[in-house]
Write a protein that binds this ligand. Structure first.
Ligand code: PMP
Length: 461
């Protein structure tokens, strides 16, 4: 009852139950036990109000790439807050300039960087840029190129446009109808849909579906294709060799812009600075968030190649500029922290470390395949997934309750692991590991052992 609220309350569990609406959870699950309330973090570990330490195998929401408790990030934030806490990028400020420069230097091409605060906004920004780019470059008399094509199982955010690009039915059904003009095609999900074909044949079929969809829709109505190089929340789906190159070629043939959503993939997560660098295929537009600041500040970026930016250039007073602004996009504090977080990634060789630790962990997890409910173990760098099935022949996804029992087992051993939050029976069920990139070999051993124990505690179901 609201009247019971009092600022003097010290029982955080009661106060939580009285006031907080938590994302993605059924609140009745807290009726017996409130959610764990964290107070501190160091490296890969977080500590709750009872002093219990947990290994965070999912880096918060796969964002704390440099690990928790980085004093220097706090100092940079403090110093920048004292100097200039806020100023919009309708004018300019030094950390914003330096970060934009740094991102282009890392990407290795000429372009421009637009800052926002979340991954969803970075993608909304990308969609609006793509539409306006086409509107300003289309031959006279042509209709608008406005459609956006994404892949099933891709996740691109929670806002209405980004959710429309997200193609995970379980996240969308309650909020439809969404924004018109968003279409989906199959991702190269070989484990589930390869049906024993040679991988290159299956890969070619996925690419053909994309090209066919574009032809059926009319290429002249399509603005962009958006893909996560490695699908993350949709179940850690790694594309085969040649796939991204194929998508690039289709976009080039049809005049469609290619957007990479690197919100999870970026900043070392997959063992390279950017996920797409595994395949050497460049996009036209790229979205970053999460690892951009390692979760220390809310910041995202949409980076475009220079030819796109040039379509927005005209005489002062013309209407061709990008009519889009977000109050908190690229504040001095957020950009200063991001610069330092990237400096840490480079100084401590955390991309290489993620690659090495990822290979090690993936190797250790192979023994899970001996269990009848483990269909596949896959991933790149420290972005790993374990797909759970009822049986290996049918590949029917394991029931959500059984999957939840695995994550609970791990939690009881003070080990936080992720899973795709799936409540619709029949949808893919994948456990997800994405620990901070500073993870040690001992941590990797413990993570693998705990997860194996948790899975082997499942009776075959
Ligand atoms: N894209 C991807 C690939 C994501 O995983 C997410 C968030 N999990 C987003 C976009 C949206 O980011 P945000 O939650 O910061 O809006």
């Amino acid at each position: 009852m609201f009247a019971s609220l009092s600022p003097e309350k010290t029982d955080l569990g009661t106060m939580d139950a009285e006031s907080l609406w938590h994302p993605l959870v059924q609140h009745k699950s807290f009726s017996q036990k409130p959610p764990k309330c964290m107070t501190r973090g160091v490296g890969c570990y977080v500590t709750d109000t009872n002093g219990i330490e947990y290994f965070d195998g999912i880096s918060g929401l796969w964002c704390v790439n440099v690990g928790y408790g980085r004093q220097e990030l706090a100092e940079v934030a403090y110093e920048q807050m004292v100097d200039l806490a806020y100023f919009p990028l309708t004018m300019s400020h030094e950390p914003g300039i330096r970060l934009a420069h740094k991102l282009l230097e890392l990407l290795g091409y000429e372009g421009k960087v637009f800052f926002s605060t979340s991954g969803s906004e970075a993608n909304e920004t990308a969609f609006k840029i793509a539409r306006q780019y086409h509107a300003q470059t289309a031959p006279a008399g042509s209709g608008p190129r406005y459609k956006i094509i994404s892949r099933y199982r891709g996740y691109h955010g929670h806002t209405m446009g980004a959710l429309s690009a997200t193609a995970q039915a379980e996240r969308k059904l309650k909020y439809e109808p969404l924004v018109p003009g968003f279409l989906h095609v199959s991702p190269p999900y070989y484990y589930r849909f390869g049906d024993g074909q040679p991988e290159d044949v299956y890969n070619a079929a996925c690419l053909r579906e994309l090209e066919q969809t574009i032809l059926y829709e009319g290429a002249e109505s399509v603005a962009a294709v958006i893909v996560e190089p490695i699908i993350s929340g949709g179940g850690v789906i790694v594309p085969p060799e040649g796939y991204l190159r194929g998508v690039r070629e289709i976009c080039d043939r049809t005049g469609i812009l290619l957007i990479y959503d690197e919100v999870v993939n970026g900043f070392g997560r997959t063992g390279k600075m950017f996920g797409h660098q595994h395949w050497g295929v460049e996009p036209d537009i790229i979205s970053f968030a999460k690892g951009l600041t390692s979760g220390y500040m809310p910041l995202s970026a949409t980076v475009v190649k220079q030819f796109i930016f040039e379509a927005f250039l005209d005489d002062p007073g013309s209407d061709s500029h990008f009519r889009h602004v977000t109050t908190y996009g690229g504040t001095p504090v957020c950009t200063a922290v991001s610069l330092r977080s990237i400096e840490i990634l480079e100084r401590e060789n955390l991309c290489e470390r993620a690659a090495e630790m990822g290979d090690y962990l993936l190797g250790k997890l192979q023994r899970l395949l001996e269990h009848p409910n483990v269909g596949d173990v896959r991933g790149k760098g420290l972005l790993l997934g374990v797909e759970l099935v009822k049986d290996k022949a049918s590949k029917t996804p394991l029931d959500s309750d059984a999957v939840a029992s695995v994550t609970k087992y791990c939690m009881d051993k003070q080990m936080i692991i992720g899973r795709n939050t799936n409540t619709i029976p029949g949808f893919t069920n994948v456990l997800i590991l994405a620990p901070p990139l500073v993870m040690s070999r001992e941590d990797a051993d413990r993570l693998a052992d705990t997860l194996c124990d948790a899975v082997f505690a499942l009776s075959s179901s």
